[in-house]
Design a protein around this ligand. Sequence first.
Ligand SMILES: [Zn+2]
Length: 372
Amino acid sequence: MITVPEAFSTSYKEARAKFLQAAAAAGLKLQSYPHPLKGAEGEDLALDVAYQGPENAEALLLASSGCHGIEGYCGSGVQVFALADAEWHARVAERGIGVLYVHGLNPHGFSHKRRVTNENVDLNRNFQDFNAPLPPNPGYAELHDLLLPDYWPPSEAHEAKVHAYVAEHGRPTYQANVTTGQHTHPDGLFFGGTAPTWSNLTVRQVMRDWVRGRKRLAWIDFHTGLGPSGHGERIHATPMPDDASLLRARAWWGGNGETPITSIYDGSSTSAAIRGMMPAAALEECPDTETTAIAMEYGTVPVLNVLDALRGDHWAERERMQGRHVDAALQAQITQACSDAFYTQTDLWKGQILSQGRQSMFQAADGLAGVL
Ligand SMILES: [Zn+2]
């Protein structure tokens, strides 16, 4: 067992080292999928996986971190804690399941403290059929210039227009138009891309290498940035409404109503109905495996603050893409705002993350083993 602060890190390099060390100390099998670019400190980047349990376990729990880069500081903490948790290891053995810890789904964003991939793409909007017409998002197109002004921080007059939009359409519509996903503005927010990203292709490879052939998969993907501070919302995560997997998710993770499962399709979630979600990787690469997936979404700061932090981040990235210099002090402010939006660095918050994350993993182990 390690302490709460010991499980968490302040850089990708530190988080990766802790993950690899904890997995090695637990005697788990490791595999790394190297990323072609370097990290913020010049370090190597990779998607790393550690496997626990019988090699051919029919039931597999996949616990993943860093789909949204900077959100990985949260999920990595849950993984590192679990890897050193004797009670958890005993439960895994007792239930006869396999556990795949997937660390740094988007290692580039994790290291550079950005939510998106090196392609400026939101990985959880990137699982689309790129041979078919991509879904339009006219609401985003209308907002793009408001979200990304010429100068940052924006003028009061500019922000008054944003506030007027929110007042006129309501906060939920504003949030939905910004966050649902869009495929028309590569420099914009929540861009789903026009091709599969490195992380998309690599997650699919992980599915073929580690999940294909199993009977049942429970997938918990750790996220931050929506909901009340420290509260973990279990969001049923499938690319399309799926009643059978929703019922399984409720049975496994719902805690008889204590830890309710929400859905992006019926308005019960803090998340808008997003498109291009990552669990498609399991459904498409492992069609014979029964997949039940949730996003464990932990709250940090109010959603409008989160979106403002992302506006600053994308503004700075667009400046760099267009060859302009971003002042170091301003960049530091922008990065700090992103850090505040996705990683609350207090022991209280981290303790809340670990206890609920751990609970969700024990629930999954019972659900997979049919012990309910
Ligand atoms: Zn996220």
